[in-house]
Design a protein around this ligand. Structure first.
Ligand code: KIV
Length: 304
């Protein structure tokens, strides 16, 4: 019999293993081990906390904030200050997932110095652990400059919503052989520049599979088929909390819009019929105070 006491970490009464803090390194290692990577967007404390508690690898404060939270038509108008505000809120909710902030349109399009300064703000002022920016080959130099400033970067190629006007609408990219060649070059350039991962959005599954096989960093697909190293979706899409028909790749896991409407209707009904609040949902004066005071209104509402 062994005389070594059983370690509490491995014995029968061991505490359940704590989820481990995810980092850019641990996310990359998942690809080497052939493990799938998960990412969801979140834009505030409660949503970031809940998806973190669910065990997602990465939380992205996406610029889709513009549409799903702020009600804009597209992502172009959301500002650095708005993104910082929401990243800070998400930071307070995330414990284990890797927190990534999306750099909004205009924040990295007018000079390297300004772009790096904006990226640093997301880390320093909002607690992001990485930033994401859209574009391929043409962003490689910028990625290097951000890495020089110690800011890990996630790339994003294919259907890049910030190129809405340049693309002439939200269209699946990489459908011709020339476009596929360009996507392969974009992916290789970002990978060589040192992104820790890259989003592949709105491209044929075959092209995403080729990119995934070619690059060393993990690919995170959205509308890019099943052969990526991971998948990302917009939280409001999976919750059914949107007002436009979802894209083909969206899988809805709940109908939260209906739940919110029903809850609001229930409240309105109860208030209008005086069913809310009841005596047990109200505070009352202590009996001595009531006795000492004259004219205390003790009227009870008659429900019905
Ligand atoms: O802003 C966003 O939500 C995104 C994801 C869709 C990748 O960029």
């Amino acid at each position: 019999m062994s005389l070594t006491p059983m370690s509490p970490a491995s014995g029968p009464h061991a505490a359940p293993s704590q989820p481990k803090k995810k980092t850019t390194h641990s996310v990359r290692e998942k690809k080497s081990r052939g493990e799938i990577i998960t990412c969801l967007t979140a834009y505030d404390y409660w949503s970031a906390r809940l998806v973190d508690e669910a065990g997602v690898d990465m939380v992205l404060v996406g610029d889709s904030l513009a549409q799903v939270v702020l009600g804009h038509e597209n992502t172009m108008s959301v500002t650095v200050d708005e993104m910082l505000h929401h990243t800070r809120a998400a930071r307070r909710g995330v414990e284990n997932a890797l927190l990534i902030a999306d750099m909004p349109y205009g924040s990295y399009h007018s000079g390297r110095r300004k772009a790096v300064a904006n990226a640093v703000r997301f880390v320093k002022e909002a607690g992001a652990e990485a930033v994401k920016l859209e574009g391929g080959e043409k962003r490689a130099e910028l990625v290097r400059a951000m890495l020089d400033a110690e800011v890990p970067v996630m790339g994003h190629i294919g259907l890049t919503p910030q190129s809405l006007h340049a693309m002439g609408g939200y269209k699946v990219q990489g459908k011709t052989s020339a476009a596929v060649d360009q996507l392969m070059r974009d992916a290789a350039a970002l990978d060589h520049a040192g992104v820790f991962a890259m989003v592949l959005e709105g491209i044929p599954a075959e092209v995403a599979a080729m990119i995934t096989a070619q690059v060393g960093c993990p690919t995170i697909g959205i509308g890019a088929g099943a052969d990526c190293d991971g998948q990302v979706l917009v939280l409001h899409d999976i919750l059914g909390l949107t007002f436009t028909p979802p894209a083909k790749f969206v899988r809805k896991y709940a109908d939260v819009a209906e739940i919110v409407r029903d809850a609001a209707k229930g409240f309105i009904h109860d208030v209008e019929t005086h069913a809310y609040p009841t005596e047990t949902e109200s505070y009352h004066l202590p009996r001595e105070t009531q006795a000492a005071m004259k004219n205390v209104i003790t009227k009870k509402r008659h429900v019905g």
